[in-house]
Design a protein around this ligand. Structure first.
Ligand SMILES: [Zn+2]
Length: 493
């Protein structure tokens, strides 16, 4: 068990947890956002991040501090917390990003970790190799070996109470991400950033991002705090949290503001294109788009950065509340509608339903069927798995009809799309209390038919009849041949 991280609530792969940061004497509630601070130029001061936005943790780059003489001296003399004037926890990056951008840096893992410790960082980072997407497998494996060596070096550096990141690389090879996760988990390091995913997000490859995270998560233990490194757009937080990410860092709030870009959970807008501000943060209540456009550059950038942060932190709170209420996947479904690439991300997430099912609570409020993707949610999969274990009499009527009348059969079970059949005694238990639209879709019917098939296949000795409300022929094709079919829709005629 990792002492620094405790899980309190889960929903799908998402979790609310407490990350204890001993050196800062702070406990950070996750999912958490770490605003990125450039020590040489801050758009919004760290003090304001803490007091106005409630930031409990931020991230800054120790390599920039290391390479800037006067800042380095002040950091060594006064410590990072005084230098930045921030009361919460501070994570530092190592220069790996600069390594990936410029090809080389002039510092080793020992040197940069010792420097991070010396300036008072609370969570330090070794110099890993951020392997970009789509490289050859040979390159990905070779660089992963180097990253693993660096993690082993990091284990031996005396870092006192400072927590240390163990980045998980492996490019776009899910099995390498899984191996990297397993190897990182086996070290005594503390926090696990999934690295080099920024190019995927810049290209809107949310499905590939999901596969990469899913691979890393398979290797990491359930108690490992996972950081999606470089992910700062609120549009994709719900998706990433549902996959099991706990920490995000945002440079986007400031970088986007510099180009007059306005963040929303449905995507990014340019200030020039806005006639209304679709947000109720203090910035948007006090200004019209014309007011903002009329501001001098520096002030406009600061106001936009403040809005971007408000929108970002609000989404983190919304996600936490969704986990607590047990409707995180309904939130992901909403976000998936913002952009076709997000929908790809959600569909990829559902490819990993079996992985999510392991942490998904057995009981929640109410399952809302809100899109045909809902038919692939972990709860449906779990119900189908449960069908293998239910005791079935010699003859059984499965019916969508309201009546429990199973005359001529030993028993009668209900059938509800998307779950399929279940004994009436389970009617009041999650997820079978689901709210499903009356105008049901083919995916829900197909999933119900698959449930029927699973039950029938698990009980070859029993006799089954299925009374359905006009299921189309291609759905009925999924039901095994031996099942007697009764169309309830015919009765209404
Ligand atoms: Zn706003």
């Amino acid at each position: 068990m990792r002492e620094c991280f405790e899980l309190r609530e889960t929903d799908a792969g998402g979790r609310i947890g407490d990350l204890t940061v001993p050196r800062a004497d702070v406990t950070v509630e996750t999912p958490a956002l770490l605003p990125v601070i450039n020590p040489n130029l801050d758009t919004i001061s760290p003090r304001r991040l803490a007091e106005e936005f409630g930031a409990e943790i931020l991230i800054t780059n120790s390599y920039i501090i290391y390479g800037t003489d006067d800042v380095r001296e002040r950091a060594l003399e006064d410590g990072l917390h005084d230098l930045l004037d921030f009361p919460g926890a501070i994570m530092t990056d190592s220069g790996s990003f600069q390594l990936s951008e410029y090809g080389e840096i002039d510092v080793t893992t020992e040197e940069i970790l010792e420097f991070q410790h010396a300036i008072g960082s609370d969570i330090g980072t070794p110099v890993d190799i951020p392997t970009p997407p789509d490289v050859s497998r040979e390159q990905a494996e070779r660089e992963l070996d180097t990253t693993q060596e660096r993690l082993e070096i990091a284990e031996d550096v005396d870092t006192g109470e400072m927590l240390v990141n163990a980045p998980v690389q492996g490019s776009t090879y899910p099995d390498l991400r899984e191996r990297a996760g397993r190897e990182a988990d086996a070290t005594d390091l503390d926090v696990f950033p999934v690295g080099a995913v920024v190019p995927l997000m810049n290209d809107y490859r949310y499905d590939d991002m999901v596969d990469v995270v899913a691979g890393a998560k398979r290797g990491l233990g359930a108690d490992a705090p996972v950081h999606l490194f470089g992910a700062g757009h609120p549009m994709m937080f719900a998706l990433a949290v549902a996959m099991g990410c706990d920490l995000f860092d945002s440079a986007a709030y400031a970088l986007y503001a510099r180009d007059d870009r306005y963040l929303t959970v449905r995507g990014t807008r340019h200030l020039d294109d806005l006639e209304y501000l679709p947000c109720s943060c203090p910035v948007c209540l006090e200004h019209s788009p014309d007011d903002l456009r009329a501001l001098p550059d520096r002030e406009r950038e600061e106001e936009l950065a403040a809005h971007n942060l408000h929108a970002t932190f609000a989404e983190i709170r919304r996600i936490k509340e969704a986990i607590r209420a047990g409707n995180l996947l309904e939130l992901v479904e909403q976000r998936a509608r913002a952009h076709p690439a997000m929908l790809d991300g959600y569909r990829a997430l559902l490819d990993h339903a079996a992985q999510l099912e392991r942490t998904d609570p057995v009981s929640k409020g109410s399952f809302f069927y809100t899109s045909h993707e809902s038919a692939r949610r972990p709860e449906v999969l779990r119900h189908h798995q449960r069908l293998d274990r239910l005791a079935v009499p010699d003859s059984l009527l499965l019916t969508e009809g309201r009546s429990a009348d199973g005359s001529g059969f030993d028993d009668s079970w209900r059938v509800e799309p998307p779950f399929g059949p279940f004994p009436r005694a389970l009617s009041k238990s999650y997820p079978l209390t689901a709210e499903v639209p009356d105008r049901t879709d083919r995916s829900a019917l197909a999933a119900a038919a698959d449930g029927v098939a699973r039950l029938v296949d698990a009980n070859p000795e029993s006799e089954f009849a299925l009374a359905h409300r006009g299921w189309p022929a291609d759905v009925l094709d999924r039901v095994p041949d031996g099942v007697a079919l009764i169309d309830l829709a015919d009765d209404r005629a």
